[in-house]
Design a protein around this ligand. Sequence first.
Ligand SMILES: [Zn+2]
Length: 365
Amino acid sequence: METMRAQNKGYNAEVLVVTYNRARKYVNDSSKFRILLSFGQHGRELITSELALRLLSSLSEEKSIPNVDLKSLNNILEKIVLKVVPMENLNGRKRVEDGDLCERRNGRGVDLNRNWSVDWGKKEKDYDPHEENPGTAPFSEPETQIMRKLSKSFDPHIWITVHSGMEALFMPYDHKNTTPDGLATHVMKSMLNDVNRLHCKDRCLVGSGGGSVGYLAHGTATDYMYDVMKVPMAFTFEIYGDKEASMKDCFRMFNPVDRTTFNRVINDWSAAFFTIFKMGPHWMDLVHFNSSKLESIDEYLEGYLIERSSRYGKRMEVLDLGMQEIRTYFRLFLLSSVLLMFMFCSRISKSKYATIRPIVSAVSL
Ligand SMILES: [Zn+2]
């Protein structure tokens, strides 16, 4: 647990960061799968920080989550490093607790989800400074500076900022109504569809923030994480909303008001995060194999075999053996393909340039 602090023109902010990292002694952190989760970016969305606390207490085995068997996840949890920011906007939250129940901005009236640099400062026709004030410049706010610093040093594979006000699973972009090009987008979308089916009973809106929510948002954290930080899987989750609530009743619009709903929201979304911990590395393999961040064949095969082993319930020893074999066959296959290509080319060259010189003389040894 650490507290990060920053200040700008006499305005101070601090952000508490909790790190969950098992098996620290034997494994290098940077080789693990890294997940960064942030809650409470908007003051009035109190339920999100409640979810963060429940998630942490489940991970520390203080509390259990229905339908999640932590013991069966031991192997998975050892392979991840998780950083959780339970309350990104502490000063804004204080304002809400002091009675300003509609406040979403930070302690000096800036919306922390409009203060990032991607398409910063652009204002839509329905712009309302009480809601979306982007600040005087990108990263003018200490909270945003802290989050940028944290994501830069941690370099996560998955970023999720958790909000409330509706039920939705958003991927980039927020500032335009399209999703990014390429295979990574399909992987992100199928990941969100899985989470929607398993944990949101298909109620959640899924798609780009800008394309699904009904308005474009400029200078958001998720767009920055995806576009600038190059986090391969960057999301905004909206975990609860009451459409029936009066626009004046902000507490009710953004937070459950009865115990049953509260428990349902906390349990469903805690379970959703465990699905993400479990599936994240496999989704990542799919992204990696087709992106510029291409990993080694060995790492790809490892992911593939782990997936197969979980599907067929094979033991780890068998897995290791199988992995060795497949690696060997794959290397042999690559080698023979290269040799065949070489022979083929040399035949062509020979017949074409037979009178000049034999092609093999170009290869020393
Ligand atoms: Zn929000």
